[in-house]
Design a protein around this ligand. Sequence first.
Ligand code: AMP
Ligand code: TRP
Length: 340
Amino acid sequence: MTETTFAPRIFSGIKPSGGLTLGNYLGAIKRWAGMQGGEWDTTIYCVVDLHAITVWQDPEDLRNGTREVAAGLLASGIDPAQSVLFNQSQVHEHVELAWIFNCVARLGWMNRMTQFKEKAGKNAEKQSLGLYAYPSLMAADILLYHATHVPVGEDQKQHVELTRDIAARFNHDYGTDFFPITEPVIDGPATRVMNLRDGTKKMSKSGESDMERINMTDDADTISRKFKKARTDPAPLPDAFEELEGRAEATNLVDIYAALADITPEEVVAEYAGAGWGQFKPALADLAVEKLSPIAGEMRRLMDDPAEIDRLLAHGAEQARALAAPVLARTYEVVGLVRG
Ligand code: AMP
Ligand code: TRP
């Protein structure tokens, strides 16, 4: 068997459930924007609406959420002239490949998925079958484009590993090397942005208090207030980054500053060595407002014209389908499904 080589290609996705947070921006979207026009053959970014409905979504909220996330991506610099940008449900091949992968993935693999366990909690019996099968659909999203690299936050690492297992198992069972073994790309200081009130929990859209997170649509006053009220310990910033060890909340604020300023956490600590929170928090708030306000403004402008967003997504879906259709057709052939 000859080794197939795959063009370096990026795919990543984001759910349109709830608003976008600073965690989404620093852990994913900002990094996606920076990958355009570089060494990659194609960059593909997807609003994964079919993933969102694995938990209940009000239809009107889902429609608005999809447009808002698309607006957030565009406002953050994802350029439809450089990247393929679309919403998942407009490319039916995702679901078809997911079915094939449902027949490749093993129950034992799915049972190890920590995100399902966290989301289902003690109520696993009451969750949708879709929530359980979710990682198989995610594998389909990625492998449908033969994506070689997937930039995500730390919380998605296990799902990308499952994607690798599915590709390897498919290739092995069918005696082919049709699917690439995809690499996660988890880099930079903000791959796990933490909750502002509890440094042991991830910042998320669904946390109970709005003070826990920065939303990308928050105004300047709200951003400042949230950072000023962020939980910290009483000690000032140390002289060296290593001395932040064990100080989860302090580390988180330094990491956020670094990611917003495009510098390393070491450089942040060097600049603010010995500073108290009364000095650092306002500086962080000002930086966040400087970076996020223009994005929020552009999001609002884009949201005023939903028809234009829909048009862009439909155009992206057409481009995506052109890439996806031959991969699905070849997969069906390999599996032995008769095509007329
Ligand atoms: P989701 O909103 O769950 O669809 O996540 C979309 C992307 O944002 C994924 O790549 C996540 O890993 C990333 N992400 C979400 N929350 C965070 C966070 N708190 N820190 C870093 N990355 C995050
Ligand atoms: N599961 C991802 C999340 O919750 C979203 C996602 C769906 C995704 N399909 C993907 C991410 C494919 C990367 C690649 O954040």
